[in-house]
Write a protein that binds this ligand. Structure first.
Ligand SMILES: O=c1ccn([C@H]2C[C@H](O)[C@@H](CO)O2)c(=O)[nH]1
Ligand SMILES: [Zn+2]
Length: 132
């Protein structure tokens, strides 16, 4: 799956973002190891902490459809510099995809790329629970 294809899927979801409080629309497209794509947008709420990021909306859609293994995520925003995933999303993603490749793309095509392992070193994972 090309980054361009995932970017298009992320942008389509971003067009539906509900972000009247931050005015910061985000889209995300998550690719499974067998080539399926699940997209999400941020969904904010008048009770601000109830809002959820685009990445976790995409992850939830994928999990609800039975997907479990992911290779790549593309995040798009309207910001001038690439938008990295927040800490909560890093933690949510590491549960399923410790080796995830993360691409963040601006409207101008400026692209940043990280591994999830790089963004979340020393992660707390399901294996951590076994050390109790
Ligand atoms: O990677 C990110 C960063 C921020 N947001 C959302 C959360 C909130 O709705 C808005 C501003 O933080 O952007 C995401 O969806 N993904
Ligand atoms: Zn987040």
């Amino acid at each position: 799956m090309s980054i361009a294809h995932l970017r298009t899927a992320a942008d389509a979801a971003r067009a539906n973002a509900w972000c009247p409080y931050s005015l910061y629309p985000v889209g995300a497209a998550l690719e499974t190891d067998d080539g399926r794509v699940y997209a999400g947008c941020n969904v904010e709420n008048a009770s601000y902490p109830a809002g959820i990021c685009a990445e976790r909306v995409a992850l939830g859609a994928a999990i609800a459809d039975g997907a479990r293994r992911f290779v790549r995520i593309v995040i798009t925003s309207a910001a001038a510099s690439p938008t990295p995933p927040c800490g909560i999303c890093r933690q949510a993603l590491v549960e399923f995809a410790p080796a995830l490749e993360i691409f963040a793309v601006t409207p101008d095509g400026l692209t940043a790329c990280w591994s999830l392992a790089e963004l979340l070193p020393a992660p707390f994972t399901p294996a951590s629970l076994e050390n109790a």
